[in-house]
Design a protein around this ligand. Structure first.
Ligand SMILES: CC(C)(COP(=O)(O)OP(=O)(O)OC[C@H]1O[C@@H](n2cnc3c(N)ncnc32)[C@H](O)[C@@H]1OP(=O)(O)O)[C@@H](O)C(=O)NCCC(=O)NCCS
Length: 338
């Protein structure tokens, strides 16, 4: 049975059952990834940025003879933002290839269409069944990034300490757990806005104006995700010359996610990228002692960043692709194959 589902009012048993399915999916498709925990999972699913909406459905197995509700065997949610719906679908490995994935996509696609949105986008992990699944539904590949993972046990901390100080004269590297301080929010947002062009194709929303940046930090906190920021301050002008962002999610606190890393064009060539990332790892070592890995995503074209990541010890993991499709076309295609 598939039904619309609101994580804010869902029972604890449903949240726990969804977590079991998510971890079964990870074990089948991404066995090297750490399993998720229940901490803040409800908030992770429920909280959104102002102006955005997430709508979800679950597929539940049959109830037991004593009335105990069936397990959550599948889930779809769609995040409505701008003119796009960003989709996520999960089907428990034990019930795959029975049409449930397609059925869940149809539910979400119909709603996205009714709400007047134009297209649907989805992140698809390379070398998993999701690639053939979305291609069979007519989605096309728009953008590819490579995920890399750094195993912190392989890091040479003394070398890293050296790297963290190797920045050109006139710059100060600063660490800010929780987000940039209020007096730097404007300069921080400006640095992000200047490099906006480089981030075309991202489904992950970035924050280019001060209010959106504040909202985005607030949203991360509400979702149980702790942001850490290292920035390079150009002392002469007070400009933020570079920044790097890492988030430690309560749901998988041993593996952190690297978000944006930016060096503003005028300040490139001063060792800022390397120094900021090295400083970040040093700070995380004491701020988040349970952390064992950091994962990052880069476009293949971004050679300088890939080089720095390789120096830091990141190993290439797998492709991470963005697919999209016109909503009307998807609904039509799915209705026709029912
Ligand atoms: C992708 C996924 C949702 C598919 O669910 P599903 O219920 O098995 O999909 P369906 O049965 O509706 O499949 C529809 C079509 O997709 C294609 N397809 C799905 N899985 C496939 C596979 N493993 N190999 C080849 N084609 C596949 C087929 O064309 C299939 O039609 P068919 O079975 O009639 O041949 C499921 O594998 C899943 O949950 N994957 C994890 C997704 C994810 O987000 N992971 C992130 C963390 S890893």
């Amino acid at each position: 049975m598939v039904r619309e589902w609101d994580p804010r009012t869902a029972s604890s048993a449903e949240i726990a059952s969804l977590l079991d399915t998510l971890n079964a999916v990870l074990a089948a498709d991404l066995p090297q990834d750490p399993p998720w925990r229940e901490s803040s999972l409800r908030e992770y699913l429920a909280e959104v940025m102002p102006g955005e909406r997430r709508i979800a459905w679950i597929a539940q197995g049959e109830p037991a003879a004593d009335g105990t509700p069936g397990a959550v065997l599948g889930q779809v949610h769609v995040l409505l933002l701008g003119n796009i719906g960003v989709l996520e679908v999960l089907v428990h490995p034990s019930v795959r290839r029975n049409g449930l994935g397609r059925d869940l996509v149809l539910r979400a696609a119909r709603r996205v269409y009714q709400e007047g949105f134009e297209s649907i986008g989805v992140e698809v992990v390379g070398d998993t069944p999701a690639v053939a699944f979305y291609e069979s539904l007519g989605f096309s590949r728009e953008y590819v990034e490579t995920r890399s993972v750094l195993d912190l046990s392989s890091v040479d901390w003394a070398e890293l300490a050296e790297m963290s100080t190797g920045v050109g004269a006139g710059y100060r590297i600063q660490f800010h757990p929780g987000g940039p301080p209020d007096e730097l929010i404007e300069a921080y947002a400006r640095a992000k806005a200047e490099t906006q062009d480089l981030e075309d194709g991202e489904l992950r929303p970035s924050s280019y104006d001060p209010q959106r940046l504040r909202d985005s930090l607030d949203c991360l906190h509400r979702r149980g995700m702790q942001p850490y920021i290292v920035l390079a301050l150009h002392q002469q002008t007070g400009a933020v010359a570079g920044l790097t962002e890492v988030v430690v999610p309560a749901q998988h606190p041993t593996r952190a996610d690297q978000y944006d890393t930016i060096v503003v064009q005028d300040h490139q060539g001063n060792g800022i990228d390397r120094a900021m990332k090295a400083r970040m790892l040093l700070e995380l070592r004491s701020a988040e002692p349970q952390l064992t890995e950091v994962q990052t995503w880069n476009a293949q074209a971004n050679e300088s960043m890939l080089k720095v990541n390789a120096e830091l010890g990141y190993r290439t993991d797998r492709d991470w692709c963005e697919y999209s499709i016109d909503v009307a076309e998807l609904v039509h295609r799915l209705d026709a194959t029912r």
